[in-house]
Ligand binder design. Structure first.
Ligand code: PMP
Length: 360
């Protein structure tokens, strides 16, 4: 397998090997066109086939209706922290749920444009749980309600979708998209940076209900207006062509392997294996509240810094990399996105068992 490691990085993250192999095969001469996708004009018929294919495959995977547009943007999820308030501003206020560092960043950005009401937060316990929402705190006149459906750093996820009534519900799904089934119709906007479950960085997916497009004020820059991209089929300017191509191959791979429901089943098995071991361990401990645990990002601790360093050193030497936890949680974190095979999780758990025996 070309000395490939098991890469537990939070993102950019591991991609499906069959996708990488296909990219390699097609790199120099894409389907007989005599050039790579990187070298193609985004306006050429051959590229149009790729971007249209990416959209239709994603629509199929997530069951996205015609009431929604799918946009392929740049600027990362972080750019959406600004585009959402810029485009949805009407009454000048929005509700936010604060479940971690990425929520906080989205709030900090939105505060520059709107009055922000934090309707729930888990900051009191280092974001190790998903707070319940007191419905009386929700503002019926808010321009939207924003939440982060999976918290990459703290390893928590929403297992039920907040009910925002008629207020558009917006979610940052960067580390959640395509990992389990969600009902797109529950949302006004779903956005995600590609570099975890979709493909290379540089691409941001935005799934947006059409009535939320075209309401931006005249002062909103053209490049930050959803309408600009919607009108131009995501090609107002040059899109991230290569990232979209790889995303299409990832979508093909997902569709060929049974789609999101099968992926969800596998993800539950993978995460279950890791959590079961942690729950029964006398050495390792999980950090997130059980009922809110993420299927994608699993933070865990060891009792001392020495053990943590030793664990990271030994896993690295065994080809299991990027397991260091985020500095705000410490310890370790295993991101086990769609492309992480069950064998990778098994290898990790087997090593954790061994490590526990060595360090009892
Ligand atoms: N939101 C979440 C939940 C994330 O995990 C990340 C990246 N780790 C971001 C936003 C930021 O994404 P980007 O780098 O694409 O701006």
């Amino acid at each position: 397998m070309d000395n490939r490691v098991y890469n537990f990085s939070a993102g950019p993250a591991t991609l499906p090997l069959p996708v990488l192999e296909r990219v390699q095969r097609e790199l120099i001469n894409h389907e007989g066109h005599g050039m790579s996708v990187m070298e193609m004009s985004h306006r050429s018929p051959m590229y149009e086939e790729i971007i249209n294919g990416a959209e239709s495959q994603l629509r199929k995977l997530m069951n996205i209706s015609d009431e929604y547009s799918v946009l392929f943007l740049q600027g990362g999820a972080s750019m959406q922290f600004a585009m959402v308030p810029l485009n949805l501003k009407k009454n000048g206020k929005a509700d936010y749920i604060n479940t971690g560092m990425w929520s906080k960043k989205s709030i900090a950005q939105a505060k520059k444009m709107l009055d922000i009401n934090i309707v729930a937060t888990s900051e009191d316990k280092t974001f190790n749980y998903v707070p319940s929402i007191d419905k009386t705190k929700l503002d019926k006149d808010a321009d939207y309600l924003h939440f982060t459906i999976n918290n990459t750093i703290y390893g928590t996820r929403f297992t039920s979708i907040p009910d925002s009534g008629n207020v558009p519900l917006i979610t940052d799904a960067s580390s959640h998209i395509l990992s389990e089934k969600i009902n797109v119709n529950d949302f006004g906007i779903i956005y995600a940076g590609a570099q975890k479950n979709v493909g290379p960085s540089g691409l941001t997916i935005v799934i947006i209900r059409k009535d939320l497009i075209g309401n931006a004020g005249d002062d909103v820059p053209i490049m930050l207006n959803y309408k600009t991209y919607d009108d131009a089929g995501s090609m107002y300017n040059t899109p991230p062509t290569f990232s979209i191509y790889v995303a299409k191959l990832v979508f093909d791979w997902l569709n060929e392997n049974g789609g999101v429901s099968i992926m969800q089943k596998i993800n539950e098995e993978k995460a279950g294996l890791l959590y079961d071991f942690i729950d029964n361990s006398n050495l390792f401990t999980g950090t997130a509240r059980k009922e809110d645990r993420s299927l994608m990002c699993v933070p865990f601790l060891l009792p001392t810094q020495e053990l943590i360093s030793e664990f990271l050193k030994q896993t690295q030497s065994k080809g299991m990399v990027n397991l260091k936890g985020h500095r705000s949680v410490g310890g370790m974190r295993a991101c086990i996105y769609n492309a992480m095979p069950m064998d990778g999780v098994k290898a990790l758990v087997n090593f954790m068992k061994e490590f526990e025996l060595q360090n009892r």
